[in-house]
Design a protein around this ligand. Structure first.
Ligand code: PGA
Ligand code: ZN
Length: 423
């Protein structure tokens, strides 16, 4: 039974306010959970409640969301069973009463939902991944490591937001991480040799002023080789152009790199050319969130060769995922807890993917905290893929370190369930 719930305004990895929720149960179990925040958000994401008071943190304070937890949510939750996640989340939805969680704020709601899961896990003496996933939760994910940042996550000349390495040939999670980290260090050296800056963007990837988007892929492939790995065998590439962020009036504007304006089908043709040349296995948000027709063509053209992941277009919402499955819009979904706002609804979105035999990738946000809930959640959900940033910045590393810990704890039971492993 829940005996107390309260919230605190804390800071995320960008120095913006976010919310932490603390919960205590009758038996003395205590847990807290912190909520992440995106920058290249989908239009239909659940509402992140910010104060808008320009005298504090440029309007980004979350004191209203904190007050909503303390004054409106807490009185209803006290006495409830934290171990009944579905009931807790239902209660939160009813209390909010809006489709976008605009009343209480999705940040307030998610913090409570996550804290309840963690408190219940502690009460039962289970690690969070085992509490959420049961005894089958033994599958470690392959990381998509975003080692070169552009788009809205960096002030540079690269349009595409994320250039990721996926160590698909590794035998274990720990080895996969090592492959990715060594490539990250090799890339740093290479950038330095070529006179590029090695400062990092929001997710810990380098953010150099490259001459083109292509150069980013070329440098990463060179880094893979110089770290001693074989591109396409040991380590593949994944991209998240986050194309909604450069889509305007039905066209894609590659303005940061000065590479002109392209239509949907020209973008798809470009990716097709890149797929082989750059050892791509996964492409997320190659087109924009409102370009459903473009996406259908895009997936028809590329979906055999690539995992086509929808992020902004689905916003972890079963309403949009159901349409996507029906229309063959993509063949995989990016899963972000705070896009939808409760643990239960996130699990529903994943169940829908599984039923359609679609892949899903559990993901962080560009604004994160030291909370490693996501690592446990990825193992619990068993999809075999996680996207949680580069090989530096502690808010990213916290998730990797937790996955290392889980793999060690599972010992011989651990499976490195990488969907791209050679058959
Ligand atoms: P965001 O970006 O967290 O800034 O929305 C991540 C993504 O687009 O996948
Ligand atoms: Zn994305």
């Amino acid at each position: 039974r829940i005996v107390s719930v309260n919230a605190l305004e804390i800071l995320d990895s960008r120095g913006n306010p976010t919310i932490r929720v603390n919960m205590e149960l009758a038996g003395g179990s205590r847990a807290s959970a912190s909520v992440p925040s995106g920058a290249s958000t989908g239009e239909n994401e659940a509402l992140e409640l910010r104060d808008g008071d320009k005298t504090r943190y440029g309007g980004k304070g979350v004191l209203q969301a904190v007050a909503n937890v303390n004054n409106r949510i807490a009185p209803k939750l006290i006495g409830q069973d934290a171990g009944d996640q579905a009931a807790i989340d239902q209660l939160l939805l009813e209390l909010d009463g809006t489709p976008t969680k605009a009343n209480l704020g999705a940040n307030a709601i998610l913090g409570v939902s996550m804290a309840a899961a963690r408190a219940a896990a502690i009460e039962r003496g289970l690690p969070l991944y085992a509490y959420l996933g049961g005894s089958e939760a033994v599958r470690l994910p392959v990381p998509m490591m975003n080692i070169l940042n552009g788009g809205k996550h960096a002030d540079n000349s690269v349009d595409f937001q994320e250039f990721m390495v996926m160590p698909v040939g590794a035998p274990t999670f720990a080895k996969a991480l090592q492959y990715g980290v060594e490539t990250f260090h090799a890339l740093k050296k290479l950038l330095g040799q070529q006179g590029y800056a090695t400062s990092v963007g929001d997710e810990g990837g380098f953010a150099p002023n490259l001459k083109s988007n292509e150069e980013a892929c070329e440098l990463i492939i060179e880094a893979i080789r110089s770290a001693g790995y074989v591109p396409g065998v040991d380590i593949a590439l994944a991209l998240d152009p986050a194309a909604s962020s450069f889509y305007e009036n039905g066209q894609y504007h590659l303005t940061k790199s000065g590479q002109g304006v392209k239509s949907s089908s020209e973008m798809t043709a470009l990716y097709k050319e890149w797929a082989k040349k750059y050892y791509l296995v996964s492409l997320e948000d190659g087109l924009a969130e409102n370009d459903w027709d473009g996406f259908r063509e895009h997936t028809a053209a590329l979906g055999q060769a690539l995992q086509i992941v929808g992020d902004d277009i689905f916003v972890t919402n079963t309403k949009f995922i159901a349409r996507g499955i029906k229309e063959k819009t993509t063949n995989a979904v990016l899963i972000k807890l705070n896009q939808i706002g409760t643990v239960s609804e996130t699990v529903e979105a994943i169940k829908m993917c599984r039923q359609a035999d679609w892949n899903y990738v559990v993901s962080h946000r560009s604004g994160e905290t030291e909370d490693a809930f996501l690592a446990d959640f990825a193992v619990a959900m068993g999809g075999g893929q996680i996207k949680t940033g580069s090989a530096c910045r502690s808010e990213r590393i916290a998730k990797y370190n937790r996955l290392l810990e889980i793999e060690a704890e599972l010992g011989g039971k651990a499976v490195f369930g990488n969907p791209f492993a050679a058959q």
